[in-house]
Design a protein around this ligand. Structure first.
Ligand code: CO
Length: 135
């Protein structure tokens, strides 16, 4: 069993990052961090609510990246659910032991220097799941 600790964030694909930030600020979120993640072809913004819940807004900065393709196919909306784990590598091994085929064979660096790996929606009931571990 993968020992999830908490929902770390919900990832939301957007076309216009500035507009999306303003929208979430209207919902009570505050901008906490923003960065370009070059190897994923996105600029991301993390916004948090007072209670500690976060969203990650993802806007494409390249036309052929995964998030650009997602937007073309599905439009704006929920992209992934991120679950905090103590050890992404161990969680990937657990996933494989269940017969799942994770998108990522190995953990990689995500926004904020976190270690991340994605589980495929075909194994998780239609939801792209990001496993993440604090840096
Ligand atoms: Co994420």
């Amino acid at each position: 069993m993968i020992a999830g600790r908490a929902i770390d964030h919900v990832g939301i694909a957007v076309r216009d990052l500035e507009q999306a930030i303003r929208r979430y600020e209207l919902l009570g979120f505050r901008l906490a961090a923003r960065e370009v993640v070059a190897d994923q072809g996105v600029e991301v913004a993390f916004l948090t609510l007072e209670g500690g819940t976060s969203v990650e807004l993802l806007a494409p900065v390249v036309e052929d990246g995964a998030v650009a393709r997602f937007l073309a196919r599905r439009g704006e909306g929920m992209h992934h659910l991120a679950i905090l784990v103590d050890d992404v590598r161990a969680a990937l091994a657990e996933a494989r032991a269940q017969g799942w085929q994770p998108v990522d064979a190995e953990p990689r660096r995500g926004a904020g220097g976190k270690w991340i790996a994605f589980l495929h929606p075909r194994d998780t009931g239609g939801v792209l799941v990001e496993l993440c571990q604090k840096p």
